[in-house]
Write a protein that binds this ligand. Sequence first.
Ligand code: NAD
Ligand code: DAU
Length: 354
Amino acid sequence: MILVTGAAGFIGSNFVLDWLAINDEPVINLDKLTYAGNLDNLSSLKDDSRHIFVQGDIGDRALVDKLLTNHKPRAVINFAAESHVDRSIHGPEDFIQTNMLGTFHLLESVRGYWSNLADAEKSQFRFLHVSTDEVYGSLSPSDPAFTETKRYEPNSPYSASKAASDHLVRAYHHTYGLPVLTTNCSNNYGPYHFPEKLIPLMIVNALAGKPLPVYGDGMQIRDWLFVKDHCSAIRRVLEAGTLGEVYNVGGWNEMPNIEIVKIVCGLLDEMRPRADGKPYIEQMTFVTDRPGHDRRYAIDATKIERELGWRPAETFETGIRKTVAWYLENEEWVKTVQSGAYRNWLETNYSGRS
Ligand code: NAD
Ligand code: DAU
């Protein structure tokens, strides 16, 4: 049994779907179901007893203590977070609450549980914290890619709150001996990505005939990784990572935002041409830049490859084609997300499941 937090969100739901597709070890999914939590993502597990969903907050000590005592997981994987940089600029408080305080309370509950385990279980236990490359700050064009020893220089309330959580996780290892692992990953894309983030927003806006807003000059660079590859990296780190270590995860795929928009538009031109025959790129529009916008992120994923033998399976070319195809095949999912109807899922489908 493993406890996965935030597994109704984008990466967490992909992680649980993949996990249960390749092994039978049950999962407790603890998710608060914020606007980003969507049980529609896990509808294929509706009648699957290996998936136990519990609606709740990682900061709710009584609830987390109870879950740990009752289910005795051998690992906790912490995806739960407020994840959107723009939202953190407009309202940082939820980010401090969940990413910092929530992670602190979760660590305290886990520490209590872990310290009372019998020796054999204690040495097998793992707490894997899922974090981001944004904690390292912004690179100039000539800087080397982020390695695990790069100084933390977070620039947004989101990245600062994630940096704080990373530091707490590290401290719980050094101070209490908690068996932790941390992963810092670059930008994910793929199925179930909430359409507030660049790639899904461009796909759904393009199809709806809406503008495709590019911040500033569109020359900001990100490293992009297909979400299933991030999930396989996490499984690998959980299985073989060295306790207390940090692993950078990335796709070796740096690209300016404007290039991403062009690629998405090109795929849509091919797979779902506009009714008027014009190219989707005509919908692109430059808008005011994000305040404090980081110019470049780049991940050096040498350590995870060298020490754990992990490499991404998808190139950007194959991953983005699968992603655009997924959105074209799952227009109902998009409609439900956009209408807010997914928020009724719990009442209609999951009552009494926890
Ligand atoms: P997401 O916003 O899609 O999902 C977050 C999930 O956490 C949601 O289901 C939400 O309901 C849940 N949640 C939020 N607050 C909670 C709380 N207090 N208690 C319990 N559940 C709560 O995010 P995502 O993109 O899937 O990211 C997951 C994790 O991966 C985050 O920690 C994020 O920082 C990290 N990460 C994301 C990316 C990316 O590109 N998306 C890259 C690197 C790291
Ligand atoms: O690097 C990892 C991070 O990637 C994760 O930790 C975050 O949780 C995740 O949201 C993501 O952060 P970004 O800010 O990089 O992702 P976003 O999709 O919001 O933006 C990607 C880039 O595209 C960024 O430079 C801002 C730009 N952008 C974004 C949107 C939504 C636009 O130009 N237009 C837009 O409409």
